[in-house]
Design a protein around this ligand. Structure first.
Ligand code: GUN
Length: 278
């Protein structure tokens, strides 16, 4: 029998721990404020931003919402980011991605002050993760480490295979697993014989962005499988990068979609916001 890793339950535990911390900080006269910027009205982004605001309200973090029109220029967005960088009341700044095509995402990310970059996307924070010093870490991979630890899954000494090398998930994931003393292999679109590698994984993290890409032929019997994807299948039902029905019986533990990795991203964003004042 396999364990279903319950991201909903674990994220709720984390949010409740953070809520207590925020109350204690408030008693010391410290408050936390997160600025959330959305440009345009991409429906998925609107859902994510709405959930982030809700989580802030639950934990006791003030959120400032900036909803800018689709045609916002890069200069206008950079001006807002710089204004928030200089505002002492604001502890964290989050610019929801993706941004409209007239805006250079990288330029915006690198303009956010590293000490307010609660997404952990700024070069300074990525560099800190790389050399093992203090800094914000990208929320989704940080959440995956919490899922593993709080489910009693050992990382040290295990062969961890990550499919995907994005700046938001794959790269920081591989660095975090390495920091936890895993032996890490990163696979990507140019990897040859990918199944030969994934079949060696004790822990397989899938962040490839293709619905139900991973079936049982990719997985070693008894592995732990973490699914970062979220898509709609042919019946409009939510599914991940992993074909859960086919893969789950071959694992010892697996995250479902929905209710696995997804809720952890927001919990860890809240964690980063709280650590900005701690
Ligand atoms: N778009 C998809 N995931 C994320 C995320 O973690 N942070 C931001 N800012 N935008 C996203």
């Amino acid at each position: 029998m396999y364990q279903i890793i319950d991201g909903k339950k674990i994220s709720q535990q984390i949010k409740d721990e953070l809520k207590d911390k925020v109350s204690a900080l408030k008693a010391e006269g410290k408050s936390i404020c997160l600025a959330v910027i959305q440009v345009g009205s991409d429906p998925a982004s609107s859902v994510y931003v709405g959930n982030k605001k809700k989580a802030c309200a639950y934990i006791g973090i003030e959120s400032l919402a900036y909803e800018l029109p689709e045609e916002t220029t890069q200069e206008e967005l950079l001006e807002l980011v710089k204004k928030l960088n200089a505002d002492d009341k604001v502890n964290g700044i989050l610019v929801q991605l993706p941004l409209p095509k007239q805006i250079d995402e990288e330029k915006v990310i690198q303009t956010i002050a590293p000490e307010k970059d609660v997404d952990g996307f700024n070069e300074k924070n990525v560099g800190a993760l790389c050399v093992g010093s203090k800094g914000y870490v990208s929320c989704t991979p940080l959440g995956i480490i919490q899922l593993l630890k709080r489910s009693g899954i050992e990382i040290a000494g295990k062969h961890c295979v990550v499919i995907g090398r994005s700046n938001i998930v794959g790269k920081p994931m591989s660095l975090l697993l390495l920091r936890e003393n895993g032996t890490v292999t990163v696979c990507h679109s140019r990897t040859q014989n990918i199944k030969e590698l994934t079949k060696q994984a004790d822990i397989l993290v899938v962040a490839i962005g293709k619905p139900k890409f991973v079936d049982e032929s990719y997985v070693k019997e008894g592995a732990t499988v973490i699914d970062v994807g979220i898509h709609r299948d042919e019946n409009n039902k939510l599914c991940g990068d992993v074909d859960f029905e086919k893969v789950a019986p071959h694992t010892s533990a697996i995250t479902p979609v929905p209710g696995g990795v997804g809720p952890m991203t927001i919990a860890m964003l809240m964690y980063n916001c709280v650590s900005s004042v701690e």
